[in-house]
Design a protein around this ligand. Structure first.
Ligand code: 5AD
Ligand code: SF4
Length: 447
């Protein structure tokens, strides 16, 4: 590969989960620190980072077609961009990418992206580099400080997964469960608040498996961390995602009833409603134990909004088993949820199981499930009509004077009035829509 000039502009394209979005932001910050500017909208960038997701679909194929498109557009514009492939596809298929796509000069895994600047120095000299090591803690120490963040900021507290659900690539791409140290998180949360955060969402593939040692040397779990973060002045809201039912302890449930800053929202994936399917998925819970767990959260915090993840068409899923998923949905009444068609992931146990489901059956089941989930989301929104609550203003709306913010229950709320991004304002929720609420600004609480 020939030498190139140092890039002046970059673009980071993140796919997939919130943790990838977080990683993408951190990579962008590192590039900005080097004096590289975000490419203006509509212009080709000198450096493109494809921050990929491997959880579903033909992820790798998409990466190759993105690379092809970028090279073509670059040639047309007279300069081919430097391309870095990051994220979970990089981790899973780094070597193949290097072999198949000469246009790629850097392949960097999710636990190694703090080394992107060094790799970039080498790429400019024409060297190609792959780094898919997994020293996750070192990564966080090596990242630059965050000077300006959005009012709703993310903080990765835990990475990796030891659960090995049989359909899932995460344990292979993100590695074993690791928790970032307590003190690092408290310090980073304070800095996020100084940098403008009003709300912090604690991120982890299994965030409720986080554990650490507090200042007094006591072992604490996620609930302990949340209680201590709640003491930070200027931090108004705390959320966390994503959890596995096996790690939800009494302390976390109690925190929902006691910590005012902890928002009344729980994202707790269930995946399916049939115990046979759950067992084949290696989920370690049943439909009933999941429902009982939710009851305990509801007892602690009666207005808690519930969210989940679902997979339809897991190998061997019968029509009757799928109907058990619908039954579970009816029993819960989710405020929102994510649902997916099962996608065989190379190297996972489920990919080679008998009874792979035909695409048209999956389509049909997904449609029926989503109809039920949409119905319940709308119903949840209608129940909140007339409530007065605080809304965190996240951005301007399309109309003049219009704003978009989030309710405590994570609903998008549109309203008009005099306020600014980052304000927490008192709003009366008005007419419910299927995906958002209209609101009326009552008063401006804090600036
Ligand atoms: N196919 C479909 N959905 C999947 N998920 C994880 N792996 C797969 C797969 N192979 C879904 C699960 C998980 C969410 C992040 O993605 O519902 O909770
Ligand atoms: Fe994947 Fe299961 Fe771990 Fe979630 S808990 S990341 S679905 S293996």
């Amino acid at each position: 590969m020939k030498q190139t000039n140092s890039p002046k502009t970059y673009r980071v394209k993140s796919f997939g989960c919130q943790m990838n979005v977080y990683d993408g932001e951190r990579m962008a910050e590192m590039l900005a620190e080097r004096g590289i500017a975000p490419a203006p909208e509509g212009e080709e960038a000198d450096l493109v980072v494809l921050n990929t997701c491997h959880i579903r679909e033909k992820a790798a194929e998409k990466v190759y077609s993105d690379i092809g498109r970028l090279t073509k557009a670059g040639r047309a514009a007279g300069k081919e961009p430097l391309i870095a492939v990051a994220g979970c596809v990089a981790q899973a298929e780094g070597e193949e990418i290097m072999a198949r796509a000469p246009a790629v000069s850097m392949v960097v895994g999710p636990q190694a992206y703090h080394r992107l600047p060094e790799m970039l120095d080498r790429a400019v000299k024409g060297e190609r580099a792959t780094d898919t090591d997994m020293p996750a803690i070192a990564k966080f120490a090596a990242l630059p400080e965050r000077r300006r963040v959005t009012p709703n900021a993310f903080l990765t507290v835990q990475e990796g997964c030891d659960k090995f659900c049989t359909y899932c690539v995460v344990p292979y791409t993100r590695g074993a469960e690791i928790s970032r140290p307590y003190q690092d998180l408290v310090t980073e949360a304070r800095k996020l608040v100084d940098a403008g955060a009003k709300e912090i969402t604690l991120l982890g593939q299994n965030v409720s498996a986080w554990s650490g040692e507090d200042e007094r040397g006591h072992t604490v779990g996620l609930a302990g961390l949340i209680r201590d973060l709640a003491k930070i002045d200027g931090l108004a809201r705390i959320r966390y995602t994503t959890s596995h039912p096996a790690d939800m302890d009494d302390a976390l449930i109690a925190a929902h009833g006691e910590v005012e800053k902890l928002m009344p929202f729980l994202h707790l994936p269930v995946q399916a409603g049939s115990d046979r399917v759950l067992k084949a998925m290696n989920r370690s819970h049943t439909a009933e134990s999941y429902l009982k767990l939710l009851d305990r959260f509801r007892a602690a915090r009666p207005d808690i909004a519930l969210s989940g993840d679902f997979i339809v068409g897991f190998p061997g899923e019968t029509e009757a088993e799928f109907e058990e998923t619908l039954k579970l949905v009816d029993a819960v009444g989710y405020a929102q949820a994510f649902s997916f068609k099962y996608s065989p992931r190379p190297g996972t146990p489920a990919a080679t199981m008998d009874g792979q489901i035909a695409p048209e059956i999956m389509d049909d089941r997904l449609q029926r499930l989503q109809a039920a989930l949409n119905r319940d989301q709308f119903a949840f929104n209608r129940v909140t009509e007339g409530r007065t609550c605080q809304v965190l203003v996240e951005r301007k709306g399309k109309l003049p004077g219009q704003w978009l913010g989030k309710s405590p229950w994570l609903q998008s709320v549109w309203f008009e009035g005099n306020c600014a991004i980052g304000d927490l304002v008192e709003v009366r929720l008005g007419e419910a829509g299927p995906n958002s609420m209209a609101g009326e600004l009552l008063e401006r609480e804090t600036a």
